[in-house]
Design a binder for this molecule. Structure first.
Ligand SMILES: Nc1ncnc2c1ncn2[C@@H]1O[C@H](COP(=O)(O)OP(=O)(O)O)[C@@H](O)[C@H]1O
Ligand SMILES: NC(=O)OP(=O)(O)O
Length: 311
């Protein structure tokens, strides 16, 4: 099978952890162990989040007195692709031995008139208490929003239209290479009438980009690997329960939050509707079991178990 797996930013840097490289590398090594199990049996493309990491780099850049202005978010996004891509590349090579692995810096085209630029929803960086978040917003011109019981900075997150380097990714996967790409949803760019690309200030949702890429590559399965068991009904209450098998319609009717589970549900729904393939949301630790429906939330057109096409 051809599998596109999206690795959550929180799997690399857990809420409340210090963003030290050492801590993130240990998390990446754990993730690579699970991803390698997928790669041994399947063609694999890995995308990864960058919300916590791009926020750290943005803060560092804003605090650097030598700069006349902070680095823009497209440049910061490319930095996170290099950093996280390098960690994953090394960890996956260490797991997989002779198998070729590549990490790409890549661009994702968005629309310049996307309304998301005016209404930021994408959480970046660390969590703050409300008073600190509001002070930072005043001092630095940030927008902040509640993220569970904490507050975090938010930036615009336009819809991914296409991964600019899709054909490069396809050539590598066709050749048997494990490809790490579309990190942080891809570096956001717009294309002008002459066809030239320019970066824009945004952070794209990596789950939505993974869905766009999975469709373009003709993937059989899209896996969203995160820190919860799957999509939970009555989330956050004592009666919460995992949906084990479901459909795009049921997921969409749940009205899940824009900054977390909402884009995951939209990403899997679009993939399943467009391809008739299967998608799943669940824990990174359960990556291989998500494909068989033994763990997580399996999403198919009719909510039944999906028999993948033979390779
Ligand atoms: N109905 C729900 N079921 C499961 N998780 C939910 C639900 N609603 C919100 N969430 C939140 O979504 C989070 C996963 O989204 P996110 O933090 O963006 O993950 P990642 O960084 O792994 O991509 C969970 O940790 C959980 O707090
Ligand atoms: N860019 C992105 O979607 O990052 P997270 O997964 O960390 O939110």
């Amino acid at each position: 099978m051809r599998v596109v797996a999206a690795l959550g930013g929180n799997a690399l840097l857990r809420r409340g952890d210090k963003p030290d490289a050492r801590i993130q590398i240990a998390n990446v090594e754990r993730a690579a162990g699970q991803l390698a199990r997928l790669a041994r049996d399947h063609e694999l493309v890995v995308t990864h989040g960058n919300g916590p990491q791009v926020g750290v780099l943005a803060l560092e850049s804003a605090n650097d007195d030598r700069l006349s202005e902070p680095y823009p978010f497209d440049t910061l996004g490319a930095q996170t692709q290099g950093m996280i891509g390098y960690w994953l590349l090394q960890a996956l090579r260490n797991e997989l031995g002779q198998r070729e692995v590549a990490a790409l810096v890549n661009q994702t085209r968005v629309r310049a008139d996307d309304p998301a630029f005016a209404s930021p929803t994408k959480f970046v960086g660390e969590v703050y208490d409300e008073a600190t978040a509001r002070r930072l917003a005043r001092e630095r011109g940030w927008q902040v929003r509640a993220d569970g019981e904490h507050f975090r900075r938010v930036v615009g997150s336009p819809e991914p239209q296409e991964v600019v380097e899709t054909e490069t990714v396809r050539a590598l996967v066709d050749a048997g290479t494990v490809v790490i790409c579309a990190g942080g949803g891809g570096v956001p760019v717009v294309r002008d009438e002459a066809g030239r690309l320019t970066g824009v200030e945004a952070v794209i949702d990596k789950d939505l980009t993974a869905s766009v890429l999975a469709r373009a590559l003709g993937a059989d399965a899209l896996l969203i690997l995160t820190d919860v068991d799957g999509v939970l009904t009555d989330f956050g209450t004592p009666s919460q329960q995992r949906l084990s098998r479901t459909t795009p319609d049921v997921l969409r009717s749940m009205g899940l939050p824009a900054g977390s589970m909402g884009p995951k549900v939209e990403a899997v729904s679009r993939f399943v509707e467009a391809t008739g393939g299967m998608a799943a949301i669940g824990r990174l630790e359960d990556a291989t079991r998500l494909l068989t429906g033994e763990s997580g939330t399996l999403v198919t057109q009719d909510g039944s178990r999906h028999e993948p096409r033979a390779a």
